[in-house]
Design a protein around this ligand. Sequence first.
Ligand SMILES: *Cc1c(COP(=O)(O)O)cnc(C)c1O
Length: 416
Amino acid sequence: MTKKILPFSKSQMEKIIKEYPTPFHIYDGKGIRKNAKKLYEAFSWISGFKNYFAVKANPNPHIIKIVKEEGMGVDCSSLTELILAEKLGFRGEEIMFSSNETHYREFQKAKQLGAIINLDDITLLPYLEKYAGLPKLLCFRYNPGPLREGNRFIGNPKEAKFGMTKKQLFDGYKIARDKGVKRFGLHTMVVSNELDPTAHIETAVMLFDLIVELSKKLGIKFEFVNLGGGIGIPYKPEQKAVDYVFLSKEINKLYKKKIVANKLDSLKIIMENGRLIVGPYGYLVTTVLHKKEIYKNYIGVDSCMANLMRPGMYGAYHHETILGKENKPKNCTYDVVGSLCENNDKFAIDRKLPKVDVGDILVIHDTGAHGYSMGFQYNGKLRSAELLLKPDGKVKLIRRAETVDDYFSTLDFSSL
Ligand SMILES: *Cc1c(COP(=O)(O)O)cnc(C)c1O
Protein backbone atom coordinates (compact mmCIF):
# COMPACT_ATOMS: atom_id res chain seq x y z
CA MET A 1 0.00 0.00 0.00
CA THR A 2 1.17 3.50 -0.80
CA LYS A 3 -0.55 6.34 0.96
CA LYS A 4 -1.31 9.12 -1.50
CA ILE A 5 -0.41 12.16 0.53
CA LEU A 6 0.11 15.67 -0.80
CA PRO A 7 3.04 17.94 0.05
CA PHE A 8 0.70 20.97 0.18
CA SER A 9 -2.56 21.89 1.91
CA LYS A 10 -5.75 23.26 0.39
CA SER A 11 -5.24 26.76 1.77
CA GLN A 12 -1.64 26.78 0.59
CA MET A 13 -2.79 25.72 -2.88
CA GLU A 14 -5.52 28.35 -2.97
CA LYS A 15 -2.86 31.00 -2.39
CA ILE A 16 -0.65 29.53 -5.09
CA ILE A 17 -3.54 29.51 -7.57
CA LYS A 18 -4.21 33.21 -6.92
CA GLU A 19 -0.77 33.90 -8.34
CA TYR A 20 -0.57 31.11 -10.90
CA PRO A 21 -3.91 30.11 -12.40
CA THR A 22 -4.60 26.42 -13.04
CA PRO A 23 -3.70 24.21 -14.73
CA PHE A 24 -0.03 23.68 -13.80
CA HIS A 25 2.33 20.96 -12.74
CA ILE A 26 3.91 21.45 -9.33
CA TYR A 27 6.98 19.51 -8.20
CA ASP A 28 8.09 18.67 -4.69
CA GLY A 29 11.82 19.39 -4.70
CA LYS A 30 12.35 18.02 -1.21
CA GLY A 31 10.72 14.71 -2.14
CA ILE A 32 12.96 14.37 -5.21
CA ARG A 33 16.10 14.90 -3.12
CA LYS A 34 15.06 12.51 -0.38
CA ASN A 35 14.30 9.74 -2.87
CA ALA A 36 17.57 10.30 -4.76
CA LYS A 37 19.56 10.04 -1.54
CA LYS A 38 17.76 6.81 -0.66
CA LEU A 39 18.61 5.26 -4.03
CA TYR A 40 22.26 6.28 -3.86
CA GLU A 41 22.57 5.03 -0.31
CA ALA A 42 21.16 1.62 -1.26
CA PHE A 43 23.76 1.24 -4.01
CA SER A 44 26.67 2.80 -2.14
CA TRP A 45 28.43 -0.60 -2.01
CA ILE A 46 29.36 -0.22 -5.66
CA SER A 47 31.97 2.42 -6.35
CA GLY A 48 30.94 4.82 -9.07
CA PHE A 49 27.25 3.95 -8.98
CA LYS A 50 25.35 6.54 -10.97
CA ASN A 51 21.83 7.04 -12.19
CA TYR A 52 21.74 8.84 -15.51
CA PHE A 53 18.44 10.69 -15.23
CA ALA A 54 16.35 10.11 -18.36
CA VAL A 55 15.82 13.68 -19.48
CA LYS A 56 12.68 12.84 -21.44
CA ALA A 57 10.88 12.11 -18.17
CA ASN A 58 11.15 15.73 -17.08
CA PRO A 59 13.31 18.13 -19.07
CA ASN A 60 12.80 21.15 -16.82
CA PRO A 61 16.29 22.57 -16.09
CA HIS A 62 15.37 23.33 -12.47
CA ILE A 63 14.42 19.70 -11.90
CA ILE A 64 17.53 18.41 -13.66
CA LYS A 65 19.64 20.78 -11.55
CA ILE A 66 18.26 19.07 -8.42
CA VAL A 67 19.13 15.59 -9.64
CA LYS A 68 22.55 16.83 -10.74
CA GLU A 69 23.20 18.13 -7.24
CA GLU A 70 22.23 14.67 -5.97
CA GLY A 71 25.00 13.14 -8.07
CA MET A 72 23.14 12.04 -11.17
CA GLY A 73 24.20 12.20 -14.78
CA VAL A 74 21.80 12.60 -17.68
CA ASP A 75 20.52 10.16 -20.26
CA CYS A 76 19.78 12.03 -23.49
CA SER A 77 18.31 10.81 -26.73
CA SER A 78 18.15 13.83 -28.99
CA LEU A 79 20.16 16.86 -30.03
CA THR A 80 17.98 19.18 -27.98
CA GLU A 81 18.40 17.06 -24.87
CA LEU A 82 22.17 17.07 -25.41
CA ILE A 83 22.17 20.87 -25.67
CA LEU A 84 20.05 21.06 -22.52
CA ALA A 85 22.59 18.88 -20.71
CA GLU A 86 25.41 21.10 -21.95
CA LYS A 87 23.62 24.25 -20.79
CA LEU A 88 23.22 22.70 -17.36
CA GLY A 89 26.95 22.07 -17.08
CA PHE A 90 27.02 18.32 -17.61
CA ARG A 91 30.33 17.33 -19.09
CA GLY A 92 31.76 14.29 -20.86
CA GLU A 93 30.86 11.01 -19.30
CA GLU A 94 28.19 12.54 -17.09
CA ILE A 95 26.12 12.35 -20.26
CA MET A 96 24.87 9.10 -21.77
CA PHE A 97 23.55 9.33 -25.30
CA SER A 98 21.04 6.49 -25.86
CA SER A 99 19.25 7.24 -29.07
CA ASN A 100 17.69 5.32 -31.90
CA GLU A 101 17.31 6.10 -35.61
CA THR A 102 19.88 8.77 -34.89
CA HIS A 103 20.87 11.59 -37.22
CA TYR A 104 24.61 12.14 -37.58
CA ARG A 105 24.26 15.71 -36.34
CA GLU A 106 23.21 14.25 -33.02
CA PHE A 107 26.18 11.88 -32.91
CA GLN A 108 28.48 14.78 -33.75
CA LYS A 109 27.15 16.78 -30.81
CA ALA A 110 27.41 13.79 -28.47
CA LYS A 111 30.99 13.19 -29.58
CA GLN A 112 31.86 16.87 -29.20
CA LEU A 113 30.53 16.81 -25.63
CA GLY A 114 32.48 13.64 -24.89
CA ALA A 115 29.23 11.90 -23.94
CA ILE A 116 29.08 8.13 -23.60
CA ILE A 117 27.61 6.98 -26.89
CA ASN A 118 25.29 4.00 -26.65
CA LEU A 119 24.68 2.43 -30.07
CA ASP A 120 21.26 1.00 -30.78
CA ASP A 121 22.32 -0.97 -33.86
CA ILE A 122 25.37 -2.49 -35.49
CA THR A 123 24.93 -0.41 -38.65
CA LEU A 124 25.47 2.68 -36.53
CA LEU A 125 29.08 1.71 -35.98
CA PRO A 126 30.27 2.62 -39.51
CA TYR A 127 27.78 5.51 -39.53
CA LEU A 128 29.23 6.96 -36.35
CA GLU A 129 32.77 6.37 -37.61
CA LYS A 130 32.04 8.13 -40.89
CA TYR A 131 30.36 11.21 -39.46
CA ALA A 132 31.86 11.71 -36.03
CA GLY A 133 34.72 9.26 -35.63
CA LEU A 134 34.75 6.47 -33.10
CA PRO A 135 35.19 7.50 -29.48
CA LYS A 136 37.52 5.70 -27.06
CA LEU A 137 34.55 4.54 -25.01
CA LEU A 138 31.59 2.82 -26.60
CA CYS A 139 28.44 1.12 -25.37
CA PHE A 140 25.97 -1.10 -27.16
CA ARG A 141 22.30 -1.65 -26.45
CA TYR A 142 21.27 -5.28 -26.22
CA ASN A 143 17.86 -6.65 -27.19
CA PRO A 144 17.54 -10.21 -25.93
CA GLY A 145 14.56 -10.92 -28.20
CA PRO A 146 13.14 -14.36 -27.51
CA LEU A 147 15.59 -14.85 -24.62
CA ARG A 148 13.55 -12.51 -22.41
CA GLU A 149 9.87 -11.90 -21.85
CA GLY A 150 9.89 -8.14 -21.26
CA ASN A 151 6.82 -6.76 -19.59
CA ARG A 152 3.39 -5.48 -20.47
CA PHE A 153 4.55 -1.89 -20.76
CA ILE A 154 7.50 -2.22 -23.11
CA GLY A 155 6.15 -5.41 -24.66
CA ASN A 156 7.93 -8.47 -25.91
CA PRO A 157 11.59 -7.65 -26.72
CA LYS A 158 11.22 -9.54 -30.00
CA GLU A 159 8.69 -6.95 -31.13
CA ALA A 160 10.68 -4.00 -29.82
CA LYS A 161 12.59 -1.73 -32.22
CA PHE A 162 15.40 -1.15 -29.73
CA GLY A 163 18.82 -2.67 -29.41
CA MET A 164 20.70 -5.39 -31.22
CA THR A 165 20.75 -9.18 -31.25
CA LYS A 166 23.26 -11.23 -29.31
CA LYS A 167 25.18 -12.14 -32.48
CA GLN A 168 25.33 -8.49 -33.56
CA LEU A 169 26.53 -7.56 -30.11
CA PHE A 170 29.50 -9.94 -30.36
CA ASP A 171 30.27 -8.67 -33.87
CA GLY A 172 29.88 -5.05 -32.80
CA TYR A 173 32.31 -5.23 -29.89
CA LYS A 174 34.80 -7.15 -32.01
CA ILE A 175 34.72 -4.59 -34.81
CA ALA A 176 34.97 -1.72 -32.32
CA ARG A 177 37.89 -3.45 -30.57
CA ASP A 178 39.70 -4.00 -33.85
CA LYS A 179 39.19 -0.36 -34.75
CA GLY A 180 40.89 0.75 -31.58
CA VAL A 181 38.02 1.38 -29.17
CA LYS A 182 39.52 0.70 -25.75
CA ARG A 183 36.75 1.14 -23.22
CA PHE A 184 33.39 -0.60 -23.20
CA GLY A 185 29.95 -0.55 -21.67
CA LEU A 186 26.85 -2.70 -22.10
CA HIS A 187 23.24 -1.57 -21.88
CA THR A 188 19.74 -2.92 -22.09
CA MET A 189 16.25 -1.65 -21.35
CA VAL A 190 13.70 -4.44 -21.50
CA VAL A 191 11.04 -3.38 -19.03
CA SER A 192 9.19 -0.16 -18.33
CA ASN A 193 7.30 0.96 -15.23
CA GLU A 194 8.01 -2.43 -13.67
CA LEU A 195 7.31 -2.71 -9.96
CA ASP A 196 8.41 -6.32 -9.60
CA PRO A 197 12.06 -6.29 -8.50
CA THR A 198 12.52 -9.79 -9.96
CA ALA A 199 12.38 -8.34 -13.48
CA HIS A 200 15.24 -5.93 -12.67
CA ILE A 201 17.23 -8.66 -10.98
CA GLU A 202 16.79 -10.86 -14.07
CA THR A 203 18.16 -8.01 -16.17
CA ALA A 204 21.26 -7.92 -13.97
CA VAL A 205 21.69 -11.71 -14.32
CA MET A 206 21.39 -11.45 -18.08
CA LEU A 207 23.86 -8.60 -18.43
CA PHE A 208 26.41 -9.93 -15.94
CA ASP A 209 26.44 -13.29 -17.77
CA LEU A 210 26.85 -11.52 -21.06
CA ILE A 211 29.73 -9.41 -19.78
CA VAL A 212 31.54 -12.50 -18.56
CA GLU A 213 31.06 -14.15 -21.93
CA LEU A 214 32.00 -11.08 -23.99
CA SER A 215 35.06 -10.34 -21.85
CA LYS A 216 36.36 -13.89 -22.18
CA LYS A 217 35.62 -14.38 -25.86
CA LEU A 218 36.80 -11.00 -27.08
CA GLY A 219 39.44 -10.15 -24.51
CA ILE A 220 37.88 -6.74 -23.85
CA LYS A 221 37.36 -5.03 -20.56
CA PHE A 222 33.99 -3.62 -19.53
CA GLU A 223 33.95 -0.45 -17.48
CA PHE A 224 30.24 -0.32 -16.83
CA VAL A 225 26.97 -2.09 -17.18
CA ASN A 226 23.87 0.01 -17.62
CA LEU A 227 20.84 -1.82 -16.24
CA GLY A 228 18.51 0.65 -17.95
CA GLY A 229 15.63 2.58 -16.47
CA GLY A 230 12.14 1.27 -16.15
CA ILE A 231 11.81 0.82 -12.41
CA GLY A 232 8.14 1.42 -11.78
CA ILE A 233 6.36 3.64 -9.28
CA PRO A 234 3.14 2.89 -7.40
CA TYR A 235 0.60 4.92 -9.37
CA LYS A 236 -2.19 3.04 -7.58
CA PRO A 237 -2.61 3.25 -3.81
CA GLU A 238 -2.70 -0.54 -3.56
CA GLN A 239 0.73 -0.87 -5.20
CA LYS A 240 4.03 -0.95 -3.39
CA ALA A 241 7.20 0.91 -4.33
CA VAL A 242 10.29 -1.10 -5.25
CA ASP A 243 12.46 -1.61 -2.19
CA TYR A 244 15.87 -0.17 -3.15
CA VAL A 245 17.68 -2.00 -0.37
CA PHE A 246 16.28 -5.36 -1.41
CA LEU A 247 17.05 -4.73 -5.08
CA SER A 248 20.55 -3.57 -4.28
CA LYS A 249 21.28 -6.57 -2.03
CA GLU A 250 20.16 -9.02 -4.68
CA ILE A 251 22.27 -7.29 -7.32
CA ASN A 252 25.21 -7.28 -4.91
CA LYS A 253 24.92 -11.06 -4.49
CA LEU A 254 24.91 -11.53 -8.24
CA TYR A 255 27.82 -9.15 -8.65
CA LYS A 256 29.90 -11.23 -6.27
CA LYS A 257 28.83 -14.51 -7.81
CA LYS A 258 29.35 -13.54 -11.43
CA ILE A 259 31.58 -10.48 -11.69
CA VAL A 260 33.93 -10.70 -8.71
CA ALA A 261 34.31 -14.47 -9.13
CA ASN A 262 35.49 -13.87 -12.68
CA LYS A 263 37.85 -11.07 -11.59
CA LEU A 264 35.93 -8.43 -13.52
CA ASP A 265 35.19 -6.30 -10.49
CA SER A 266 36.26 -2.94 -11.82
CA LEU A 267 32.81 -3.03 -13.43
CA LYS A 268 30.61 -0.09 -12.46
CA ILE A 269 26.85 -0.40 -12.25
CA ILE A 270 24.79 2.42 -13.64
CA MET A 271 21.10 2.95 -14.34
CA GLU A 272 19.05 5.44 -16.28
CA ASN A 273 15.78 5.81 -14.42
CA GLY A 274 13.58 8.78 -15.07
CA ARG A 275 10.14 7.91 -13.73
CA LEU A 276 11.49 6.52 -10.47
CA ILE A 277 13.39 9.72 -9.76
CA VAL A 278 10.68 12.33 -10.34
CA GLY A 279 7.38 10.59 -11.13
CA PRO A 280 5.84 10.56 -7.65
CA TYR A 281 6.90 14.15 -6.92
CA GLY A 282 4.80 15.95 -9.51
CA TYR A 283 1.11 16.92 -9.42
CA LEU A 284 -1.12 18.33 -12.11
CA VAL A 285 -3.36 20.88 -10.40
CA THR A 286 -6.56 21.65 -12.24
CA THR A 287 -9.92 23.28 -11.51
CA VAL A 288 -13.33 21.72 -12.04
CA LEU A 289 -15.14 23.81 -14.66
CA HIS A 290 -18.27 21.83 -15.38
CA LYS A 291 -20.36 18.89 -14.32
CA LYS A 292 -22.22 17.10 -17.05
CA GLU A 293 -24.79 14.36 -16.61
CA ILE A 294 -25.78 12.36 -19.66
CA TYR A 295 -25.44 8.58 -19.93
CA LYS A 296 -22.56 8.88 -17.51
CA ASN A 297 -21.50 11.58 -15.08
CA TYR A 298 -18.63 13.75 -16.21
CA ILE A 299 -16.36 16.14 -14.39
CA GLY A 300 -14.86 18.63 -16.85
CA VAL A 301 -11.59 20.22 -15.77
CA ASP A 302 -9.50 23.09 -17.12
CA SER A 303 -6.65 20.83 -18.28
CA CYS A 304 -6.63 18.08 -20.85
CA MET A 305 -4.60 15.26 -22.37
CA ALA A 306 -2.17 17.87 -23.73
CA ASN A 307 -1.07 18.39 -20.11
CA LEU A 308 -0.90 14.71 -19.23
CA MET A 309 -1.11 12.17 -21.98
CA ARG A 310 -0.58 8.92 -20.06
CA PRO A 311 -4.21 8.12 -19.20
CA GLY A 312 -5.42 8.77 -22.74
CA MET A 313 -2.46 7.13 -24.43
CA TYR A 314 -1.96 4.04 -22.29
CA GLY A 315 -5.09 3.91 -20.16
CA ALA A 316 -2.71 4.63 -17.28
CA TYR A 317 -4.08 5.15 -13.78
CA HIS A 318 -3.31 8.43 -12.03
CA HIS A 319 -4.68 8.91 -8.57
CA GLU A 320 -6.88 11.97 -7.99
CA THR A 321 -7.61 14.01 -4.91
CA ILE A 322 -10.25 16.71 -4.49
CA LEU A 323 -8.60 19.25 -2.20
CA GLY A 324 -10.39 19.62 1.09
CA LYS A 325 -12.44 16.46 0.52
CA GLU A 326 -9.71 13.96 1.38
CA ASN A 327 -11.72 12.45 4.20
CA LYS A 328 -15.14 12.50 2.58
CA PRO A 329 -16.64 9.18 1.47
CA LYS A 330 -15.97 8.31 -2.15
CA ASN A 331 -19.57 7.59 -3.02
CA CYS A 332 -19.83 9.11 -6.50
CA THR A 333 -18.61 7.68 -9.80
CA TYR A 334 -17.30 10.00 -12.49
CA ASP A 335 -15.34 10.19 -15.68
CA VAL A 336 -12.89 13.05 -15.25
CA VAL A 337 -12.37 14.61 -18.65
CA GLY A 338 -10.52 17.35 -20.49
CA SER A 339 -11.62 19.59 -23.33
CA LEU A 340 -10.00 17.97 -26.38
CA CYS A 341 -12.23 16.89 -29.24
CA GLU A 342 -11.04 13.34 -28.65
CA ASN A 343 -12.97 10.83 -26.63
CA ASN A 344 -9.81 9.40 -25.04
CA ASP A 345 -9.21 12.75 -23.34
CA LYS A 346 -10.10 11.28 -19.97
CA PHE A 347 -7.99 11.47 -16.83
CA ALA A 348 -10.13 8.84 -15.14
CA ILE A 349 -12.96 6.54 -16.09
CA ASP A 350 -15.54 5.30 -13.58
CA ARG A 351 -13.51 6.80 -10.75
CA LYS A 352 -14.91 6.73 -7.23
CA LEU A 353 -14.61 10.22 -5.79
CA PRO A 354 -16.35 12.28 -3.14
CA LYS A 355 -19.13 14.48 -4.53
CA VAL A 356 -17.40 16.99 -6.78
CA ASP A 357 -18.53 20.58 -7.19
CA VAL A 358 -17.74 23.16 -9.82
CA GLY A 359 -14.77 25.19 -8.59
CA ASP A 360 -13.17 22.31 -6.69
CA ILE A 361 -9.42 21.93 -7.06
CA LEU A 362 -8.60 18.51 -8.44
CA VAL A 363 -5.07 17.22 -8.02
CA ILE A 364 -3.78 14.50 -10.31
CA HIS A 365 -0.93 12.59 -8.68
CA ASP A 366 2.36 11.21 -10.00
CA THR A 367 2.77 13.57 -12.95
CA GLY A 368 6.45 14.30 -12.33
CA ALA A 369 7.62 12.03 -15.14
CA HIS A 370 6.25 11.78 -18.67
CA GLY A 371 3.68 14.43 -17.73
CA TYR A 372 4.51 17.92 -18.93
CA SER A 373 7.21 16.46 -21.17
CA MET A 374 4.74 14.55 -23.32
CA GLY A 375 2.63 17.66 -23.86
CA PHE A 376 1.47 18.94 -27.20
CA GLN A 377 -0.57 21.72 -28.80
CA TYR A 378 -3.28 19.76 -30.59
CA ASN A 379 -6.62 21.59 -30.65
CA GLY A 380 -4.75 24.82 -29.98
CA LYS A 381 -4.10 23.79 -26.39
CA LEU A 382 -1.19 25.53 -24.71
CA ARG A 383 1.38 23.96 -22.46
CA SER A 384 0.91 24.83 -18.80
CA ALA A 385 3.24 26.40 -16.30
CA GLU A 386 5.51 24.35 -14.04
CA LEU A 387 6.11 25.29 -10.42
CA LEU A 388 8.65 24.10 -7.92
CA LEU A 389 7.53 23.72 -4.33
CA LYS A 390 10.50 24.61 -2.16
CA PRO A 391 11.28 23.18 1.28
CA ASP A 392 10.11 26.43 2.92
CA GLY A 393 6.66 26.00 1.33
CA LYS A 394 7.17 28.83 -1.18
CA VAL A 395 6.83 28.21 -4.88
CA LYS A 396 9.02 29.19 -7.76
CA LEU A 397 7.79 29.48 -11.32
CA ILE A 398 10.19 27.23 -13.23
CA ARG A 399 8.44 27.46 -16.57
CA ARG A 400 5.80 29.99 -17.51
CA ALA A 401 2.62 28.91 -19.23
CA GLU A 402 2.55 29.23 -22.99
CA THR A 403 0.58 32.09 -24.46
CA VAL A 404 -1.35 32.38 -27.68
CA ASP A 405 1.63 34.35 -29.03
CA ASP A 406 3.85 31.32 -28.39
CA TYR A 407 1.44 29.24 -30.41
CA PHE A 408 1.63 31.65 -33.34
CA SER A 409 5.36 32.30 -33.07
CA THR A 410 6.38 29.73 -35.68
CA LEU A 411 3.94 31.06 -38.25
CA ASP A 412 4.29 33.90 -40.71
CA PHE A 413 0.94 35.53 -41.35
CA SER A 414 2.49 38.23 -43.53
CA SER A 415 3.22 35.67 -46.25
CA LEU A 416 -0.43 34.62 -46.56
C1 LIG B 1 12.51 6.13 -21.46
C2 LIG B 1 13.85 5.57 -21.24
C3 LIG B 1 14.39 5.55 -19.96
C4 LIG B 1 13.66 6.02 -18.76
O1 LIG B 1 12.54 5.27 -18.49
P1 LIG B 1 11.79 5.46 -17.10
O2 LIG B 1 10.58 4.61 -17.22
O3 LIG B 1 11.46 6.91 -17.01
O4 LIG B 1 12.72 5.02 -16.05
C5 LIG B 1 15.65 5.06 -19.80
N1 LIG B 1 16.36 4.62 -20.86
C6 LIG B 1 15.88 4.61 -22.11
C7 LIG B 1 16.73 4.12 -23.20
C8 LIG B 1 14.60 5.09 -22.34
O5 LIG B 1 14.11 5.10 -23.58
